[in-house]
Design a protein around this ligand. Structure first.
Ligand code: SF4
Length: 360
């Protein structure tokens, strides 16, 4: 079976089935899986490893949902909560305006009192506070669904309001695992898979590029992971709006699921490789270094990943609050390039839309 799959992967233009992906997950020796994923990543992206100059804004961690895997959210007034005003956020932007940033990434909790009109004002203020040409990638599908519904406008109207205010792209968070039974246990208040997929489809119809994620290594099964990947592949066949897929490992600290532990590194690498092979129509697979750590990120490049996100500059708390090794995630461009070259690849600085700005 593995030999047959090897021929199929070498031909490069044949789709792998759920059964074949399961076989790769369960039975393919790790060196061979690395070779398969590397072959596919080179067919798609050559030796390039993409990164950008970015920072994150997390407007609030106050959230009306209670996802049991979440280490980040707080209720209103709870110790450890924050809720920045628009003025606070524009001050954060002005402080970073001279850093050569090309993208600001904005995600946070689902604040019970904020609607899409508030967030449109926030985006306008961010655009004005940053140099011309900086792209805004903002709001998970779950945040978008709530803020748009709260304002009583349609999904397409809500997305148009945000686009007019400066929204350029949408990140991939909130997907978790699509399976309804797992989702009911993990995040019962959160919108279901249909909500997530509908928001991304509407964004693609409005020519807004988006990313996709999968949170894995908790209570899901292998079949749930494969199902998740295939639902993304099916939507991408119809819309072609996803730029990147980001497999996110569940981190166990400071949350209600913590006592289940964390999945081993080899499972993380298998998941990245199988994602590369399954998602033949999504161009980029991201190894998100604030979650993986720098060492595993480098190894992930040998398992099909071709993107490592960006400089970040200590601007996100989501994974550090969940116990990630990178408590103050910051990487300079020189260090990013060194890590990429040491793994045998060519660093390529990109913008939000994967247009190459500079090679190093
Ligand atoms: S994962 Fe997101 S939606 Fe769920 S509780 Fe945390 S901040 Fe809220």
């Amino acid at each position: 079976m593995i030999a047959t799959l090897a021929e199929k992967i070498k031909r490069g233009n044949e789709r792998l089935s759920a059964e074949e992906l399961t076989t790769l997950y369960l039975h393919c020796p790790i060196p061979q899986l690395s070779a398969f994923a590397t072959l596919r990543r080179e067919q798609l992206n050559g030796k390039n490893v993409f990164f950008n100059r970015n920072f994150h804004i997390e407007p609030t961690n106050i959230c009306m949902n209670d996802c049991v895997f979440c280490s980040y959210r707080r209720h209103e007034g709870e110790a450890g909560s924050w809720d920045y005003s628009i003025d606070d956020i524009t001050a954060q932007c002005r402080a970073r305006a001279g850093e050569g940033i090309t993208e600001v990434h904005i995600v946070g909790g689902v604040h019970p009192h904020r609607d899409v009109h508030y967030y449109a004002r926030l985006l306008q203020a961010v655009k004005q506070a940053l140099p011309a040409g900086v792209h805004i990638k903002a709001f998970t599908a779950i945040e978008l669904d709530y803020m748009i519904t709260k304002a009583g406008v349609s999904l397409s109207e809500g997305l148009a309001l945000l686009q007019q205010a400066g929204l350029d792209a949408i990140p991939g968070g909130g997907a978790e695992i699509f399976d309804a039974t797992v989702r009911r246990r993990l995040c019962p208040k959160k919108g279901d898979a249909g909500v997530w997929l509908r928001v991304h489809e509407a964004a693609h119809e409005a020519s807004i590029r988006t990313n996709a994620t999968m949170l894995f290594g908790h209570i899901e099964t292998l079949a749930h992971r494969i199902d998740h990947l295939l639902q993304l592949r099916e939507l991408q066949d119809r819309t072609h709006g996803f730029d990147a897929f980001i497999p996110l490992k569940y981190k166990a600290a400071n949350n209600a699921l913590g006592d289940i532990g964390e999945t081993p590194v080899l499972d993380v690498l298998r998941t990245i490789a199988v994602s590369r092979l399954a998602l033949d129509n999504i161009p980029h697979i991201k190894a998100y270094w604030p979650m993986l750590g720098k060492d595993v990120m480098q190894i992930a490049l040998l398992f099909g990943a071709d993107d490592i996100d960006g400089t970040i500059n200590d601007s996100t708390k989501i994974y550090s609050m969940a116990g990630a090794g990178e408590q103050h995630p910051t990487l300079g461009v020189d260090e990013l390039c060194r890590l990429v070259r040491a793994a045998g690849f060519s660093p390529a600085e990109r913008n939000t839309f994967y247009e190459i700005r500079k090679r190093y």
